[in-house]
Design a protein around this ligand. Structure first.
Ligand SMILES: [Mg+2]
Length: 186
């Protein structure tokens, strides 16, 4: 069975503006998402503890936010193509119920929900990973797994396959998953 891991934040919904608002409550000087040009953009503005607290607060309120327009079709298309879908998100265990409820409420197809602080532990069984995090994309490449993501300010300087829409990602996966070896060092 073809297994795929699909990220949630900044992949299935627009997390970054909400995150920015939250971080501004801690430090009003923090710059906007359009110039988050590296994954660790927050380091000079907030502590790691403040960061994770802010993220968890957002995750616990997942119900207040809408998925991207194309998210439902994207996941439904993956299922139609025979993928076993693992929704994989860096989230605290306490956010599981609200996350599952959100996926179901918006009819976002999935087979398994993986929440942890290191999703690469599931990579060995996968065909592909969809994620915006340069760290996750690096780990997917190292594991020889096809990796692809939405282009964001914090990943645009990398050499991973990045696209503007979930529709384009789907087209890429159509090609990559039919071409053996695409995930290896490409
Ligand atoms: Mg993400």
């Amino acid at each position: 069975m073809k297994k795929i891991a699909v990220d949630i934040d900044n992949t299935l919904w627009d997390f970054s503006p909400v995150f920015w608002e939250k971080l501004r409550e801690i430090n009003p000087a923090i710059v906007p998402p359009a110039i988050w040009n590296k994954w660790e953009f927050w380091e000079t503005y907030v502590t790691k503890k403040q960061l994770y607290t802010a993220i968890k607060e957002i995750h616990l309120q997942q119900d207040c936010y809408l998925p991207f327009d194309g998210a439902r079709t994207f996941l439904a298309s993956l299922r139609e193509k025979g993928f076993y879908i693992i929704i994989a998100s860096h989230r605290a265990p306490e956010t599981r119920a609200v996350t599952a409820k959100w996926l179901e409420k918006h009819d976002l197809a999935y087979d398994e929900l993986h929440l942890s602080n290191d999703k690469s532990i599931i990579f060995k069984d996968l065909c592909a990973v969809v994620d915006d995090s340069p760290i996750v994309l690096d780990r997917a490449r190292a594991a020889g797994v096809i990796r692809v993501g939405l282009r964001r300010p914090w990943n645009k300087g990398t050499d991973h396959p990045l696209f503007e829409s979930l529709e384009e990602i789907l087209a890429y996966l159509d090609h990559a998953c039919e071409t053996p070896g695409t995930g290896h060092g490409s």
